[in-house]
Design a protein around this ligand. Structure first.
Ligand code: FEO
Ligand code: CA
Ligand code: CA
Ligand code: CA
Length: 668
């Protein structure tokens, strides 16, 4: 043991640091004018949603009053017919009566190559982990095996899911103990990050199984070669020793939420990536400082791994070489992006889509598609006082030619929520006169659009965007195109900082905001209101009839997803203390009717977990949900959960498969 070694104290809690100290305005308090806007939403969108939810075969077209055919829901049974479950604190998955939940593909499941077995004492090597399912499951999507044609298979497909981070107390037999780090431990931790692609099939008894030896099974990790695509590719600010022409990088990290494209590819989001790097230079570039790159050490000290190797030294972003081709001063600039992965081509190189901006991407969601119109995507930046963004492609969408090129060229906007219920999308475009004027007034110089995108947060600061209470997932109603976003919490917001869109000081329980674009999905103005204020029993959402009860009280909403029947699924990410001491029990999942605001608790997770990530088969009869970090407060010799294996076992993140015992539609 080196005498330089010391004990590592790794703080899992500080993964969403506040790094926005800009002075752009927060708005003064609310708000009677909000009522008029709410009525507007209720009258126009609400009615259309109601027709859809109710199973009507007609809906209203956008430009006249003629009824037009819309896709009917896949169930005739009334939705939300189940009995809500109680909040609770058992070390198990609880679902409503008539439903069954089974754990599937936990961390360490053999997935590729020689299919190395998971060892219960976590003594698997780095090489093993590269062939096993990663740790800390998060965003997820089920691609029907025929996704490139009909997309109708509900019995076979590719389940693609993120691995957000690692639990330093559980990933090795004795946890993470000393620095300098042991190289193979760092290799294992890097391999436990990233994305898994699993080819799965439903069995005769209705359970699901991995297709062993399928060529589709794949691990993408924190070390997988990737390309930079879009405006930042080739920029001087992404030149590294590994890629002197600034076209490539290695790996994706801290993959939180996800998205998927209409052309059958997966989008993974890089959230709290900044913490993985260190820059000890006295003067840090704004591309590092505005995102919180540490001056002392990377989160897991990978930069110290010995024996040393380029793949670990790259986490040191200090200037140690003569120029950028001789060190990794620019390595953090190759993170903070949305990454597109083609799960149907195991040899495909993941593409970092830089036109979508660089920040703490929580998730990404497409706006409603229209043939011949641009594609629209929404993404939130999950840190305190950060923003919500929208991308509008330059080229129009046509089903037959759509592909990743649509994500390489377009306009990135950031949201301003006005107190009167209106909103504006502010362009972050160096060629836009208004933006250029604001930059000049702020004394900020951008060299080109690549520089704007590398510094997306700074560009949003000077544009006058609204600082939000930690934007997490977004969801788009499949019929109306109405957009919902979770704002998970912000305990630091003061009374003076409250505004209509973030109306509560010391907001420890969070809320859900929603909006409607004016005219088309690509519009630059919108109308918004607050769908739900989260909190304890009795918490009311002003201007609505919603008051939370024991069937649906919740805190820290995070994951958000519309199923094809128009039900809104809400997942919570309460901290350990909020779960342990609050009135809400363990993290959970609820489901809401967006029109009536009827909300019921559907699932409660095991001890010290987070419920995050959700997808379903096209027939809505198999629901996939991820359980992240069960036993989050474990020590290497003291586990606070034994889910899913029971007994005295080590807790493992896993997917959960939920089915209805009568074979019916989930949520009915
Ligand atoms: Fe990874 Fe913002 O939750
Ligand atoms: Ca999340
Ligand atoms: Ca969260
Ligand atoms: Ca998490």
């Amino acid at each position: 043991m080196s005498d330089q070694s010391k004990h590592v104290s790794i703080d899992n809690s500080g993964v969403d640091p506040q790094t926005n100290f800009s002075l752009n305005p927060t708005f003064a308090a609310i708000v009677d004018s909000r009522m008029a806007r709410r009525n507007f939403l209720k009258g126009s969108v609400g009615a259309a949603v109601a027709a859809f939810i109710g199973g009507s075969l007609v809906g209203c077209s956008s430009d006249d009053d003629e009824p037009v055919a819309v896709v009917p829901p896949v169930t005739a049974a009334p939705l939300l017919g189940f009995t809500a479950i109680a909040a609770g604190r058992s070390d198990s998955i609880v679902v409503p009566e008539g439903y069954t939940a089974r754990a599937f593909l936990p961390w360490g499941t053999p997935l590729t190559g020689s299919y190395p077995a998971f060892l219960a004492d976590a003594s698997n090597t780095g090489e093993d982990q590269e062939q096993q399912v990663g740790m800390h499951h998060d965003g997820m999507h089920f691609f029907p095996i025929d996704a490139r044609s009909n997309g109708e298979s509900s019995t076979e497909g590719l389940l693609v899911f993120n691995h957000e981070y690692i639990d330093n107390n559980l990933v090795h037999t004795n946890g993470i103990e000393t620095v300098p780090r042991i190289a193979d431990e760092a290799r294992k931790e890097i391999a436990a990050h990233g994305v898994s692609v699993a080819h799965i099939q439903q069995q005769a008894d209705s359970s699901w199984a991995l297709v062993n030896n399928s060529p589709f099974n794949r691990r993408i990790t924190g070390a997988t070669p990737m390309e930079l695509a879009g405006p930042v590719r080739g920029s001087a600010n992404v030149v590294t020793k590994y890629s002197p022409d600034g076209s490539r990088t290695r790996g994706t990290l801290n993959n939180c939420g996800n998205g998927y494209t209409p052309w059958g590819t997966y989008l993974t989001c890089e959230e709290n990536w900044a913490g993985y790097f260190v820059n000890t230079d006295a003067d840090k570039p704004r591309e590092h400082s505005r995102y919180g790159v540490s001056g002392s050490n990377g989160r897991y000290f990978w930069e110290t791994a010995t024996p040393t190797a380029d793949q670990y030294q790259r986490f040191n972003a200090s200037k140690v070489g003569a120029d950028a081709t001789e060190d990794y001063r620019n390595e953090p600039n190759t993170f903070g992006w949305i990454v597109e992965i083609d799960p149907f081509n195991p040899d495909s190189v993941p593409q970092k889509r830089t036109a979508l901006g660089r920040f703490g991407h929580e998730g990404i969601i497409f706006g409603k598609l229209e043939e011949g119109k641009p594609v629209v995507l929404y993404s939130g930046d999950d840190s305190r006082y950060e923003y919500i963004y929208k991308f509008v492609s330059s080229a129009p969408y046509y089903k037959t030619t759509a592909g990743g090129h649509l994500l390489n060229d377009g306009t990135l906007y950031v949201a301003r929520f006005n107190d009167d219920g209106s909103g504006e999308w502010l362009p972050l475009d160096i060629n836009n006169t208004d933006f250029a004027t604001k930059a000049a007034e702020a004394g900020v110089n951008f060299n080109d659009q690549a520089d704007v995108l590398l510094n997306t947060r700074l560009a949003a600061d000077i544009s006058g965007a609204t600082k939000m209470d930690r934007p997490e997932w977004g969801a788009v109603h499949p019929e109306t195109g109405e957009v919902y976003f979770t704002l998970t919490n912000n305990s630091r917001r003061t009374e003076e900082q409250t505004d209509a869109a973030n109306p509560r000081a010391a907001n420890v329980t969070g809320h859900i905001i929603r909006w409607n674009e004016r005219d088309t999905q690509a519009a630059t103005t919108f109308d918004w209101d607050i769908f739900l204020l989260a909190g304890d029993v009795g918490t009311a959402t002003p201007g609505t009839e919603l008051t939370l009860t024991a069937d649906n009280h919740l805190a820290s909403p995070d994951g958000l997803w519309f199923d094809k029947n128009g039900l809104l699924w809400i997942q919570t990410d309460m901290s350990g203390s909020q779960q342990g001491e609050g009135p809400y029990g363990n993290n959970q999942m609820l489901v809401a009717d967006p029109v009536t605001r009827n909300i019921k608790r559907f699932l409660v997770g095991p001890t010290d977990c987070e419920v995050t990530g959700i997808s379903a088969t096209p027939d809505m009869k198999t629901l996939f949900v991820n359980i992240q970090h069960p036993g989050d407060r474990s020590k290497p010799d003291n586990f606070t959960s034994h889910w899913p294996d029971g007994g005295n076992s080590r807790p493992r993140s896993a997917t959960v498969i939920v089915t209805k015992d009568d074979g019916g539609v989930i949520g009915s």
